[in-house]
Design a protein around this ligand. Structure first.
Ligand SMILES: *Cc1c(COP(=O)(O)O)cnc(C)c1O
Length: 427
């Protein structure tokens, strides 16, 4: 099993050197717990794997996976850059110490005001459509501004249809066959297009689709280099490297992944005589996915037509199972050494039938008061959470070498009302 589960002498789940049961007692449940060292290790492993084979390499963390301020600070310290997909992400990243040149903005259907804001912050624009290019030329003086384009490499991959972002059905990027014209147009308008970007999807455990994307993106870049005379400063192949969620999925052998993909990249650079542009990758999930656990308390055990284990969080707290049918491994944090004896459904507290964290899951005997740990909740966990059912947002705890820091307070009922006003005629 590759899920990196640690158990302490008490038979409890260990998170970064802290006892999950102690964390739940101190901070309450539900609570997201982030392991600082795990993020640092993930970053180093990823960076080293690729830079070893191609030193002109940079990691742009796709921060939509987790924008907790401490997570951003940790990655800033490690020397990482940011892939932002909204003005809010650019704003938060700037506040956490990332200079504009360390932020690539890959917007989709963005407004003129958003374009202006992102440029004022100094971020590099990765443009998704000809329309955005033309609008940009109207609202600013291009003056040789360095930009990049997202292209659709016509390859898609991912763990769910919603996570496939390349191919004929995808709303993302400019078409492969219009790229030469678009880069020429950008030059004519006075921009300096120096980058090309693609991102094919999310949750990729196998190097093959990634290689296809590199091949096809490089074929487009090579053509643009030769026919539009663009000297690329960087080529960005997006994110999407997956992590194991089930006990039988394997961890990505990142060294082989890097070696094979870089070999292909270099081959294509040579084929098209493109020099040595910097290679960018944009991992989100890979850096933070396995670094957080969501701790929830069992508050009811119900034998109905099936056996339901009811917990004190729902899809407002962790959406992935309800939204993508995603598997998250779940363990009983206070009974780690007990054998699985029964098949149960683990249900949330939201008033919707689809609010289940697991169906037919083999688990040990579970009683009310037991603590469950939903693993691999660090990517698209808290960032997708909501106040649905008027539930305050969950607190977050950062574990640093066994020491716990509350890094986000639990919201209060007052917070649920904070931004609303009641017009006079209703008072
Ligand atoms: C979401 C996203 C990523 C990261 O995807 P992961 O699967 O988390 O690695 C990278 N680049 C872009 C443009 C994205 O939208």
């Amino acid at each position: 099993m590759d899920l990196n589960i640690k158990i302490n002498d008490k038979g409890h789940l260990d998170i970064g050197g802290a006892d999950a049961c102690d964390i739940a007692d101190e901070f309450g449940t539900p609570v997201y717990v982030i392991d600082e060292n795990r993020i640092r290790d993930n970053y180093k492993r990823f960076y080293e794997a690729f830079s070893k084979y191609y030193p002109d390499f940079k990691v742009f963390y796709a921060c939509k996976a987790n924008t907790n301020l401490s997570v951003l600070k940790i990655l800033e310290q490690e020397g990482c850059c940011i892939d932002a997909v909204s003005p809010g992400e650019v704003y938060i990243s700037r506040k956490m110490g990332f200079s504009g040149d360390r932020i690539l903005f890959t917007g989709n259907n963005i407004t003129n005001d958003e374009l202006k804001f992102v440029l004022d912050q100094g971020a590099v624009l990765n443009i998704d459509s000809v329309s955005a290019l033309k609008r940009l030329a109207e609202i600013i003086e291009p003056n040789g501004l360095k930009i990049s384009f997202r292209v659709n490499p016509m390859v898609g991959a991912g763990h769910h249809d919603h996570c496939i972002t390349g191919g004929v059905m995808s709303k993302f990027g400019i078409m492969d066959n219009e790229a030469v014209e678009v880069y020429k147009l950008a030059k004519e308008l006075g921009f300096n297009p120096v980058g090309m970007h693609s991102h094919i999807g999310s949750g990729i455990l196998d190097p093959e689709p990634f290689k296809l994307a590199i091949e096809s993106t490089m074929d487009i870049a090579g053509k643009v280099h030769q026919e539009a005379g663009i000297d690329f400063e960087f080529v960005d192949f997006g994110g999407g490297v997956g992590i194991p969620y089930t006990p039988d999925e394997n961890i990505v052998d990142i060294d082989t992944f890097a070696k094979e993909n870089i070999a292909l990249f270099k081959e294509k650079l040579e084929e098209y005589d493109m020099g040595n542009p910097t290679m960018y990758l944009e991992p989100g999930r890979y850096l933070v996915g396995d670094a957080s656990v969501l701790l929830v308390r069992v508050n009811s055990v119900k034998q109905s037509y099936r056996k339901f284990i009811g917990v004190d969080a729902g899809f407002n707290t962790l959406l992935r199972p309800a939204m993508y049918d995603s598997y998250h491994h779940i363990v009983v944090a206070n009974k780690m050494n007990e054998p699985n004896t029964q098949e149960v459904d683990i249900a949330g507290n939201v008033c919707e039938s689809g609010d289940l964290f697991a169906r037919d899951r083999f688990m040990p005997e579970i009683e009310e008061g037991d603590l469950l740990a939903i693993l691999n909740a660090g990517a698209y966990g808290f960032t997708m959470s909501s106040n649905y059912n008027s539930r305050p947002l969950t607190p977050e705890v950062l574990v640093e070498n066994g020491k716990c820091h509350l890094v986000r307070e639990k919201e209060t009922f007052e917070d649920l009302m904070a931004k609303q006003t009641i017009p006079e005629h209703l008072q």
